[in-house]
Design a protein around this ligand. Structure first.
Ligand code: 4NP
Length: 163
């Protein structure tokens, strides 16, 4: 846990315009519901630089909106080595993101755990699928997967941040 009493967690995907900003918004909402919002700082970033400064993809914002999640003004940024010092827990969305995070944050104190760790029981997926070249239903499926996973993550955070 960080030296302040606030835990800092960072969701990571490739572009930081689809999956990780969605994870950030869904997580923040779950933390508010669990009355843990003040205890946990949540951010997101991408391993690639293509979309730095961009808003989340409009298809992802539409999917979030359909599921009842609002947009909070996020702009894409790229993962940097110093994130390994600032964040306690870094959560890559897929296996490629995990490898890239481990390379960039090599030697850092941050704990790196894949999002799949919190997938709901019975889920057969190994990672959060990249919806970028997909259709509306793929974006909805990502939001649903994240929304179904987040209560488990929030409970682990509540239970003494025992990750
Ligand atoms: P994300 O999705 O990693 O979930 O933000 C993608 C965004 C952009 C690209 C691929 C995936 N791209 O190839 O530009």
């Amino acid at each position: 846990m960080h030296s302040s009493s606030q835990l800092r967690i960072l969701f990571v995907c490739l572009g930081n315009i689809c999956r990780s900003p969605a994870a950030e918004i869904v997580c923040r909402t779950a933390l508010k519901r669990a009355e843990l919002a003040g205890r946990v700082l949540v951010d997101s970033c991408g391993t690639a630089s293509y979309h730095v400064g961009s808003k989340p993809d409009s298809r992802m914002l539409a999917a979030l909106n359909r599921a009842g999640f609002g947009y909070d003004g996020h702009r894409a940024r790229q993962l940097k080595q110093s994130d390994g010092m600032h964040f306690d827990l870094v959560i890559p969305q897929d296996a490629e993101n995990l490898r890239d995070v481990q390379r960039v944050l090599h030697g850092s104190t941050a704990k790196v755990l894949p999002m799949s760790r919190w997938f709901p029981t019975g889920c057969t997926l190994q990672e959060v699928p990249d919806p970028y070249y997909g259709e509306e239903a793929d974006f909805d499926a990502v939001v649903r997967l994240l929304a179904d996973s987040m209560p488990q993550l929030v409970e682990e955070l509540r239970a003494g941040i025992s990750v």
